[in-house]
Write a new protein. Structure first.
Length: 235
């Protein structure tokens, strides 16, 4: 294949990048000749995963995509081409990279190994399984606090995380841990009210995907699709 992928090969790259750079072959079902051409060109890698194979965009594939957002696509893909053009102008205006915009893929959790099969033997007097005590459940508030109390709880948790300092960033993962007795919906309701009504408190984003792990992404607050990762209380 030449340095420039064909439109069909480019579509495989765009589909993978839409999934943060990696997906199972069974999820996107690319044509084998096009997939193999991208592997040969060093733009994607293929590794066995379960009953399928995982396709992952390489640094070379990311670089090509970032430099060719305006390349023509087949007429049937005109909508995608228009969106890629919008993305090109956004990145050009902000100075961000395609990797900044897409973000890094969530960490994959290796499947647990299957337990070995145990051969059953006859037991004329099966023994009853010993009773075990159930693990205690974490205490959770029966009802969420009202808006004023929720605002105060968020501030208390923030100051506990900063050691009493203000105007310092606190990761939402740490804030949620300090409010473990409240369910996620209650904390999210308090953060939403802060965004709407309280200018003394700011929620900010971390744009560098390498600075976020799976726990940080899971704790993010994203009321309109754009995630916030930190909270600042200034006064």
């Amino acid at each position: 294949m030449s340095e420039t992928p064909t439109p069909a090969q480019a579509m495989i790259l765009w589909r993978l990048l839409g999934r943060q750079g990696t997906a199972l072959n069974s999820e996107i079902v690319p044509k084998k000749p096009e997939r193999d051409a991208l592997v040969k060109a060093g733009m994607i890698t293929v590794e066995k995963e379960g009953r399928s194979s995982r396709l992952t965009v390489t640094d070379g594939g990311w670089r090509w995509a970032g430099e060719h957002l305006r390349d023509p696509l087949p007429p049937a893909m005109r909508v995608l081409q228009d969106w890629l053009m919008r993305l090109h102008h956004h990145l050009d205006a902000t100075g961000a990279t395609l990797a900044d915009f897409v973000g890094s893929a969530p960490e994959r959790v290796a499947p647990e190994p299957k337990p070995p099969r145990v051969r059953k033997t006859a037991d004329p007097k099966p023994k009853a399984a010993p009773k075990t005590k159930a693990a205690p459940r974490p205490e959770v508030s029966a009802a969420p606090p009202d808006s004023n109390r929720l605002r105060a709880r968020i501030e208390e948790a923030y100051l506990a995380c900063t050691g009493g300092r203000r105007a310092a960033p606190v990761r939402l993962s740490a804030l949620r841990a300090a409010l473990a007795d409240l369910d996620r919906a209650a904390v999210d309701a308090g953060l939403a009210a802060i965004l709407r009504d309280d200018p003394s408190i700011r929620l900010t984003r971390i744009s560098d995907p390498k600075a976020l792990d799976a726990a940080e992404r899971a704790a993010a607050f994203a009321p309109a699709g754009e995630p916030f990762h930190e909270i600042w209380i200034n006064v």
